[in-house]
Ligand binder design. Sequence first.
Ligand code: MOS
Length: 756
Amino acid sequence: MRRNFKNTKILNIETDYEGEVNNVNTAEVPEFNVNPIPKDKKLNIINTKVSRIDGEEKVTGKAKYTMDINLPGMLYAKILRSPLPHANILNIDLSRAEKHPGVKAVLNLDKKVVSYIGDEIAGVAATTEEIAEEALELIRVEYNKLPFTVDMDEAMEQGAPLVRTEGNISEPRIRERGDIEKGFKEADVIVESTFRTQVEVHNPAEVHCSVAKWDGEKLTVWETTQGVHNAKSSLTKALDIPESNIKVICHHMGGGFGGKIALSVHTVIAARLARLANSPVKVVLTREEESYCVGNRPATFQTVKGGVKKDGTITAFYYKSYNNGGLGGGGSNAAPIWDMYQCPNCYIEDISVYTNTNSSRPMRAPGYPQGTFSLDALIDELAEKINMDPLELRMKNYTTKNRGDTGVPYSSKGLDKCYKLGAEAIGWNRRNKTPGIGKSPFKKGIGMATQIWGGSGRHGTQIDMRLLRDGILELRCGTQDIGTGTYTIIAQVIAEELGIDVKDIKVNIGDTDFPYSGVSGGSQTAASVCPAIRAGAFDIKGKLFAIAGPLLGVNPEELEVGDNKIFAKNDNSKSISFKEACKHITEGMLTTNNTRVPNPEGYAFNSFGAHFAEVEVNTLTGQIKVLRHVAAHEFGRCINLLTSENQIDGGTIQGISYALFEERIMDKQIGKMINSNFYDYKIPTSMDVPKIEPIIIDSVDPVLNNLGMKGLGEPPRIPSHAAIVNAVYNAAGVWIRDLPMTPDKVLAALEKGKEG
Ligand code: MOS
């Protein structure tokens, strides 16, 4: 992949957006916990490119991921999983496995029925992984096969094998506003289309892994998790032991994408085996298990209908989606259509379809990539029908309030900037006025899509910090770094507030012995944690000023920090180095703690973005190549330009992958996933990824929190594939409404296009 960080556009746009933010009533400015950073303050560390503080540890292999935890006497667990998609268990004989040399514990989960290939039945702990695997072979299970279905369409047919006794199709989850019939009557043009999306597997670089160790009644679990405190409370319930007896640790993680939010059964098995064997137990899922046992993004079959007046006013949206959630619910994809564009009349139905596959889990912006795909393709179709530029149609239906401009105001919205700068960067004017035009078999085109997401942060994160006499600031918080750079942004916020270097901050996270914080999901970590961190650092600063003031003969309120110094605001000659001041701390250390306050009421807090893709379609082979990808995002104040670019790169690449390559393939006859490895499950290589051009709209949300920040984890994942789909239409003049857009589908669409 060609990376060029210098390429990022950084724009300092005034925080006073025209229009939308001016409706902020300053009388209602919320409790910030600490005053917002003054508007005219020059920032030295926030909104710069600070390299990861744990980067060296990671690249030298010193950083301990769960898989790196090896304890004296540690055993290895393997899990016996159902080879059948649906069966009763009549009998299970563990005796031969128990007697196998090297086996130290065997655990029967006492299941009467298994419901997917991969369903856990038993666990074995042995001195080596190989012996544990051998022992699995020695377990005899007698099954009574039951009818099954792993295919969404098949599951919906009359008389299909029942996955759930009450039926394979859930009641619709309905949302509506306005009058949908009236809305469509007002429309000059109505377009209805259907869309399909595939099951996508999380496939983080690091597979799920747990190490469990008992010391008497106390349990320590090293866990790949997006939430150490959440894992702890789930383990409390699963094992029925007091919360005070459990400690969960996750210092580093190689991605989760939602698949590591909830506690998985293998962790509970490891803990129970460790107790039985009286030895620590490690379990590492294989890539195969990672593929079909720990969740995925549900497949969808969506019907979308939109009405528009000739002048571009959207009058109505109808949306219905069947979502294959496996054994679990299929979620909803409708948030984008519900919120994104001005539309007074909207009717939505989300329906779960159950199949004998493992339960879906949240996956990077659950539902939004599916919904944005259909919505933004529909917008382009509507635009073409009324002969309007698709970007102009989006601007025509721009909103300043949520729920399609019928709800509460957005606290800030920089989408117009994303549109403008993204369009300029890609050269929007170069797009084909007539899709598919030209005689060359290589057809180029440009498309775009819009992103909305939440990620405004939650209240309740607790932190504590202490400033030592050697000038080192130690922070403790039970949040975690799932690979996004949490360590680094925490250090930046403290360093900025205290005017010291990032290297003087010791960030301690990823351990339930530290104060509470929630899961790293929903792009919530940064905006949940950083405001409390900043408030804590502000407090420590005040305490240090109280020491430094008398030393300098200056009223503490007249002091300021910067450049590793404390100095008088009005007289720079009165200064003391930060470290020198710390030496005068008399009682060992300065300490404080803080809790993240709730977000204010009365606003919608959302991040926004727009992606623009340029593609080339080879009409002879059906191959699609993404030539350029511009990703413009507005997420309030940007803390770190490097980690933000990481998120934009990663999310965009996952979107390219979703658009063109990846898909879980099930064998309907035997009920098994047949591409559960990285050879058959296609993801892009660096050769498939173009230069991704990030545009970060640096702005500050005026009401949200003391940093004016929102999250960026999920946003780049939301519009990337949708922009590519629209670009393919612009290039080749054919719609592909079934992801991934593999060459066979492209050729079939071109063939159909020729027929007329
Ligand atoms: Mo995300 S799906 O909230 O990790």
